[in-house]
Design a binder for this molecule. Structure first.
Ligand SMILES: [Zn+2]
Length: 250
């Protein structure tokens, strides 16, 4: 049995990016621990916390840890810190990494899931997850660091589907095509089709994000309404860049 720690920026990222991987690892008997940096713009929002717990349960996650930073937002403006809290992007990378490393040590984890160097689509909290994850893996020393990503050609395919289906999804095509990773950088492709139902249910558990007016909401509404076999086809794989050699291996 291996312990896997999945480090994420916001509630719903665990389901969208790594839901199949986490469900598959748990089904294979591994211990899966989820660490989430932020919950909401004003700190720990009770309903989003409950949604995250529901998603974690569907995926077979054994433990959820909240680092308690505030969401830094994705717009042009970086808002001031809420009273008594620090927006994740303003947190000390070394301090956050030390907290993550303490969890890795406590759990005897051998795998850390984090984000690629572009921070996926480039949300400032996702870039921060990459930096903190890399530093924590360096500090921990003997952890395999797998950075969740999507091949850019799959992103381009999804954009074509979004356009064809006329889903009102706001995005910057140029930015998206510079985001995530080139196919050649990807070292691990996991077939998670058998866990599609769990992944879809985990995404749906984040009902405030599905029903809300956030950027991803229209896309999430479509995703959660897809018939399960079609969802399984579209979301059959999850991808990682093994960053261990430039991370913790010395
Ligand atoms: Zn996120």
């Amino acid at each position: 049995m291996t312990t896997i720690v999945a480090f994420h920026a916001h509630p719903d990222d665990e389901a969208l990016l790594t839901g199949g991987t986490l469900a598959r690892a748990a089904a294979d008997g591994h211990r899966v621990v989820l660490v989430v940096a932020t919950i909401g713009m004003r700190g720990v929002d009770a309903s989003r916390r409950a949604e995250l717990e529901a998603s974690a349960e569907v995926l077979g996650v054994a433990r959820v840890v909240h680092l308690g930073y505030a969401d830094s937002g994705h717009g042009a403006v970086l808002y001031p810190d809420p009273p008594g809290l620090v927006r994740f992007v303003r947190a000390s990378t070394d301090e956050a990494a030390a907290r993550l490393m303490a969890i890795l040590r406590e759990e005897g984890a051998s795998v850390l899931l984090s984000y690629d160097r572009n921070g996926g689509y480039g949300h400032r909290d996702h870039v921060k997850v990459h930096e903190v994850g890399k530093r924590a893996a360096e500090l921990a020393g003997d952890v395999r660091l797998l950075e969740a990503t999507i091949p850019r050609d799959a992103v381009a395919r999804l954009i074509r589907i979004v356009r064809l289906a006329r889903i009102p999804f706001r995005y910057d095509v140029d930015a998206l095509l510079r985001a995530y990773s080139a196919k050649s950088e990807i070292t691990h492709t996991f077939d998670v089709r058998r866990f599609a139902r769990q992944k879809q249910a985990a995404i749906a558990a984040h009902s405030s994000q599905v029903k809300g007016d956030g950027r991803l909401a229209p896309l999430m509404r479509v995703i959660t309404r897809l018939p399960a076999p079609l969802f399984g086809l579209v979301f059959a794989r999850e991808w990682y860049v093994d960053a261990t050699s430039r991370g913790s291996r010395s």
